[in-house]
Ligand binder design. Structure first.
Ligand code: ADP
Ligand code: ZN
Ligand code: ZN
Length: 829
């Protein structure tokens, strides 16, 4: 039998499957999706089996054999292997990169170099120093290279010399980064009927042994050793002596780390759906029953009861014997969200998010793989959950840009979900109060491909909160130079008096403080990146958010020596300071990247806020989503414009989405809410439409601009970014790429006789911008250049891009240039 294997080397030459022979003893359990160790050059490396067949074109004398089987059960399914092929094509990445993205970090290969002594070595061959090393290895049998160099510190060269001379043999093996956690477990006698006779055989003085047998007589179940000894107040020696007699057995049992251990979830029952909910639920059920892929866009205002629709759709799906995946944005994956799913489906739910430890993540994943759970809720990468019978995939807050992965593979979870649903004949629900312009456009254009479902009202007729737009230019005119407008100030004061809670939002961390010299205009920037440094007050440091570079705060300007160098701008810390100064005694919880990177911090802050240990929850956009606090009656957005001015065609859309989400946070319960949006662009449609909670009007205005400027959804965009220390090398490669695409485009157009049509209808249109310097012009000491390919119609642009990459492949490799291709980029920076 021959296994076709994709190996763990992301390079052009290895981006294909290699043939390996399968040893007979493994033939029955090797499968498509198995993880194997295979010889590659002088090493053993990890690979994935992507096909099995009877024959190979490789010369049998040269055919090498699979060296290791790494799992009992393959970590990937044939469907996921097929999906990786699709991803590699669509997102132009190596197949191994796509495969690696589908498995948990614990299964990424770790390579170990094992050393053993050559059988025939004589003492005369080695020095005394070397002999000590050899003796040590002989005694151990096998030693890991790094362990040996650590033990004989300072002798690495000597050890390498021994390897080179063949006195030490080196063998590389593949290991997992993480082992399943095991627990010593005691198993009851296999013949329970014999317990009575065992008891009789035990001498009187061994009363404790009798206790153990009596215990199993009542509870004939395996039990962890620690629990048994604890309950009976005995030592493990007592249990072992029974095991020595062969009456009971002790063994290791794999156990699952449970991140929610000890936490109980209140069981909830399906609610009676409102009329509006019923109307959207019915078609979803019909589609689930049809077993054919159908994508729905569920557009429902905040609080319209979308989550209840998700829950009942999942329930229906489970009743049909099929499984479900729920994706939520990482920052919305709050304990509250998890509670709602665990509360309805209990043990059937696995949760995957980045705040789990690697071990916890691995075990949640293994529960999925072993079919112990049927509902997977998680952030982006949970879309790869190895379920085999998927009936439903839900993407909540589908407009969120975090569904697009920024590193390779640069996939969008929405597209991957649609592809998986096609394979499984599953239903996809894209839910949002503010759908992405792209999704909404698709549903308008082609209501068969994406069906639109709408919920316009909040459950139980709760009103949407009143939103007031505050013109900060007026404030300035009236002599108010504070970061709080008069209205917001009064609002805060009132809430404090009434003991109600508030959420204050500072849009995005990019708005944090920077350092400026008032005398000469110098601003502190990262020496490695073309990025302004951000001032962190607690540490009195300036930091680069891209590469991590940090320096002490300067007291005098490094260019002109002036002492008028200060930090400016509004960071969350600054707002906090200001609040404390203006409202003595105010209790503020600040949530931003600095206060939430510790594990569990997120949850801790939110719980404190819920327990009313603070008046204000202040933060970046992570406070805007998914939160549902009954006592919040005021929401303030300090600077609504900060995203609006970014050089990105989605910045208006992002602003509208954020403001609408935020506005939906207030007054979700009995107390009515009030929202203040502070802005310098009070007439902007993103502000006005968010104020009215009017998605449709916003959509029509925005889509009009997209059309005029031929931005998505009226075009496709692919962004190519090149990075290198020297600009001329970048320009040269960038131009070669552009030239290659142009040539292919021209010859294709000629062949298809499109030249004339093109000019007349612009149905098929292609535009290449660049090579030009990227908005972030330098990162980690490398300059960055980009080319933007914008096109419309069914053009084989992916093929042309592939050819263009081939055209520069040699140049890229020789110069060690970094090159990235981003299909449908979410950020143009
Ligand atoms: P969304 O996800 O659209 O923002 P939620 O699902 O969070 O809305 O619903 C808002 C609130 O309304 C929640 O407290 C939820 O429990 C409640 N709710 C949802 N559906 C119903 C229903 N059919 N009957 C009563 N309450 C409901
Ligand atoms: Zn200066
Ligand atoms: Zn930097």
């Amino acid at each position: 039998m021959i296994a076709k294997v994709i190996v763990d080397v992301p390079a052009k030459q290895t981006n294909r499957a290699f043939d390996y022979g399968v040893p007979d003893e493994w033939a029955s359990w090797i499968e498509v999706g198995s993880r194997v160790g295979v010889p590659f050059g002088p090493r053993i490396i990890q690979g994935f089996v992507v096909a099995l067949q009877e024959y190979s074109d490789v010369d049998p004398k040269k055919l090498r054999m699979v060296a290791q089987m790494l799992d009992l059960v393959p970590p990937l399914t044939p469907e996921l292997v097929e999906l990786s092929r699709w991803m590699s094509h669509k997102y132009m990445c190596h197949e191994i990169i796509a495969l690696q993205a589908m498995i948990p970090g614990a299964l990424k290969a770790k390579y170990e170099r094992m050393l053993s002594a050559a059988s025939e070595f004589t003492h005369s061959e080695v020095t005394a120093e070397e002999l000590a090393i050899m003796d040590y290895v002989v005694q151990k049998g096998q030693v890991e290279f790094s362990a040996l160099t650590e033990y004989f510190a300072g002798n690495e060269l000597v050890i390498k010399g021994l390897i080179r001379r063949g006195l030490l043999n080196e063998r590389q093996t593949v290991k997992d980064r993480m082992q399943p956690k095991k627990r010593q477990t005691v198993f009851p006698p296999s013949d329970l009927g014999a317990i009575a006779s065992y008891m009789e055989q035990i001498p009187l003085r061994s009363k404790r042994q009798k206790d153990v047998l009596a215990f199993f007589d009542l509870n004939p179940e395996p039990i962890p050793m620690s629990e048994l000894t604890e309950r009976l107040q005995i030592s493990s020696g007592t249990v072992k002596s029974l095991a020595d007699k062969g009456w009971i057995t002790i063994g290791d049992v794999e156990m699952m780390r449970d991140p929610y251990e000890g936490k109980s979830f209140t069981r909830t029952q399906p609610l009676d759906l409102t009329e509006e909910q019923q109307k959207v639920f019915e078609p979803i059920v019909a589609s689930l029953e049809s077993l054919e892929r159908q994508i729905y866009l569920l557009h429902g205002v905040t609080g319209s009861g979308k989550t209840e629709i998700y829950l009942q759709s999942i329930q229906h799906c489970l009743e049909m014997g099929r499984d479900a995946i729920v994706l939520v944005p990482e920052i919305a994956l709050t304990p509250q969200m998890v509670d709602r799913f665990k509360g309805r489906f209990g043990e059937l739910v696995a949760v995957l998010h980045s705040r789990l430890s690697q071990g916890e993540r691995y075990d949640e994943w293994r529960k999925i793989q072993r079919k112990q759970v049927r509902v997977v809720i998680g952030a982006r990468s949970a879309v790869f959950a190895p379920l085999t019978e998927i009936g439903l995939i839900i993407i909540d807050e589908e407009h969120e840009s975090s569904y697009k992965q920024e590193e390779s593979p640069k996939y969008h979870a929405r597209d991957v979900a649609a592809e998986r649903a096609l394979y499984h004949g599953a239903v996809v629900i894209l839910g949002s109060a503010t759908p992405s312009i792209e999704s909404y456009y698709s549903s308008v254009q082609d209501n068969d491909r994406i069906k639109l479902l709408t919920m316009e009202y909040r459950v139980e007729g709760r009103p949407l909160p009143a939103v007031e737009i505050v013109d900060m230019r007026e404030e300035l005119k009236n002599g108010n130079r504070s970061m709080f407008s008069r209205q917001l100030y009064d609002g805060i004061e009132q809430r404090l008096a009434r003991k109600e809670q508030m959420v204050l939002l500072l849009n995005r961390r990019g708005y944090a403080t920077f350092v400026l010299c008032r005398s000469c205009g110098y601003t502190a920037a990262c020496p490695h990146c073309e990025i302004k440094l951000t001032y962190h007050q607690r540490a009195e440091m300036l930091r680069c958010h891209y590469c991590g570079y940090a320096e002490k705060q300067q007291l005098v300007c490094p260019t002109c020596g002036s002492e008028h160098i200060r930090h400016f701008g509004t960071g969350t810390q600054k707002v906090e300071e200001e609040l404390v100064k203006l409202f003595p005694g105010i209790r503020v919880i600040r949530m931003d990247v600095d206060t939430t990177n510790e594990k569990g911090a997120h949850e801790k802050w939110l719980n404190m806020f819920r327990d009313r240990q603070a008046d204000v929850l202040l933060g970046t956009q992570m406070v805007a989503k998914g939160l549902d606090f009954p006592d919040v009656t005021l929401v303030g957005v300090i600077a609504a414009d900060s995203v609006l001015n970014l050089p990105d065609f989605r910045s208006v859309e992002k602003t509208f989405q954020l403001l609408t989400q935020v506005a939906g946070r207030a007054g979700r319960h009995q107390l009515p809410g009030e929202v203040f949006i502070q802005t310098y662009n009070p007439e902007h449609y993103s502000m006005l439409n968010a104020q009215q909670h009017d998605y449709r009007t916003f959509y029509h205005t925005e889509i009009h601009y997209r059309k005029q400027l031929a931005y998505p959804p009226y075009s496709h965009i692919t962004l190519i970014t090149l990075a290198h220390e020297q600009i001329p090398i970048l320009v040269q490669a960038g131009e070669a790429i552009v030239r290659s695409i142009r040539e292919n485009w021209r010859s294709w157009a000629l062949k298809n006789d499109l030249e004339t049509t093109l000019n007349r209808h612009l149905e098929h249109y292609l535009e290449i911008l660049g090579p030009v310097s990227s908005p972030i012009a330098r990162l980690k000491d490398r300059y960055r250049y980009q080319c933007v390919v914008k096109y419309r119609g069914e053009l084989p642009v992916a093929d042309w891009l592939r050819k263009a990459m081939e055209a520069v492949a040699e140049q890229v490799e020789k110069n060690k240039m970094l090159i990235s291709v981003d299909v449908d980029p979410q950020s143009m920076m």
